[in-house]
Design a protein around this ligand. Sequence first.
Ligand SMILES: Cc1cc2nc3c(=O)[nH]c(=O)nc-3n(C[C@H](O)[C@H](O)[C@H](O)COP(=O)(O)OP(=O)(O)OC[C@H]3O[C@@H](n4cnc5c(N)ncnc54)[C@H](O)[C@@H]3O)c2cc1C
Length: 487
Amino acid sequence: MTDSTLQYDVVIIGGGVVGTAILWELAKYDLSLALVEKRPDVCDAISKANSGIAHTGFDAHPGTLESALVTRSNPRWEEICQTLQVPFRRCGAIMVALDEADLRNCEAVLEEARQNGVHSVRRMRADELLALEPNINPQVAGGLHIPGESITSSHLLPIAYAESAVLNGAHVYLEEPVRALQAHDTAIEVVTSRRTLRASWVVNAAGLYADEIARMVGDDSFTITPRKGEFYILDKTEGHLAQRVILPVPTPITKGILVSPTIDGNLLLGPTADDIQDKADNSTTQDGLRRVAAGVQKLVPMLEPYRKTITQYAGLRSVCSTGRFEIRPSERAPRLIHAAGIRSTGLSASPELARYVRELLQEAGLALRPRPNYRPERPAIPLIRDATPEQAAALCRQDPRYGHLICRCEHVSEAEIVQAIHAPVPARTVDAIKRRLRAGAGRCQGGFCGPRVMEILARELGVPLSKVRKDGVGSEIVLDRNKAAWR
Ligand SMILES: Cc1cc2nc3c(=O)[nH]c(=O)nc-3n(C[C@H](O)[C@H](O)[C@H](O)COP(=O)(O)OP(=O)(O)OC[C@H]3O[C@@H](n4cnc5c(N)ncnc54)[C@H](O)[C@@H]3O)c2cc1C
């Protein structure tokens, strides 16, 4: 250990929804905490590319840890999202059966829901389903109503978890890949690209790379492989076509291709479920998107994915070789706690998963005392698009940059962008601004606001425009000057 080694009670590896939720939970206690993330931002890997649904757990495998964590998290969402100022809507879901076989499978799902303790799920006749969602396939044979299914912002939730923890004293190190772990009897050293952190306990929340972190202590008890899911996002003009999440009847491999309103007013179509090899392959494919289009048109025939899309993306689920959540101490290094293999419900399970990890740490000997002066609320950046005319005028008086609209599609002002750049977890890239404020997430996908956002980033970060990145290393947008006046 060198003099420059930093000491922490707990270091968390990975700033996805799992790692940030654990940081948020632990920050309620009087502990020194750090989170280490290799990407330039939190929520910059699997967690930025999911469906944004806070599931009830109705269709989880009964009796599993996953089922317990998802179902226990579900009633907490209103309070959590209000405290962290994250948008949330309990919109409900319907499951659409199109034939007799689907109807029989719905009975099995209903039984599973009962076993999972989600008693609000009930059968619905075709006419009842059509009354709720008039745009679904008129051939519907019947199905289920799941009123507790909810939507939130998959981006803002992890950011809010992390910011809340930082406001309560936690440290977040960005763009610092963990390169090695050295396990000792009383501590673990975490060697990153920039420094060494010494921790009493380390939590492995590295998503797709959790197996590689485990192998750093000689633990090869599981491997993680990626399962790709591709999506379309449709323009807000299509948002009215579904008020609830519209689900097909699931198969053993996947919950299926669904239609979902997003918390921002778009429609989300997808995802596929394809096992692949490359953990960095986030590409969308013609074949995948074709299957999404075919799948959603069975549910809502009038959807026009090709004509109404504003963007497509793919996310990679982390499929664990053991087929379950691996949340436990490593057998090779008991001070390393795995939070791995969180495949399809990481967002939904996150509050109780974090509590479960806290309890494991407590059982392992971590002393917990409530943090003095703990501040549960995380103030969000006031948004001009949500403001009444009176509120907008007040915001402009407070900071005239609220009057300078940068993103016209999503109504994002300069003042909001500046606040995001200087937030507790700072936005340092164009994509980080997009995740926090939606500048560039609208119909023009940054065509108009992109250069303005870059100029603000360059100014606020004190770097030349050629150093402003879209996201990770190598994603600089401007290469060089081509006019003398350009700075
Ligand atoms: C298509 C799709 C749809 C989904 N839909 C839903 C849904 O609707 N609802 C739901 O609840 N769940 C959903 N999920 C699942 C959910 O997204 C995941 O369970 C969750 O995001 C996993 O979070 P994580 O923190 O484990 O992983 P990640 O978000 O990937 O976080 C892990 C982090 O660790 C970092 N890391 C890795 N290696 C290192 C290293 N050496 N050093 C430092 N940092 C490192 C990574 O950069 C990454 O940021 C979906 C997933 C997919 C792919």
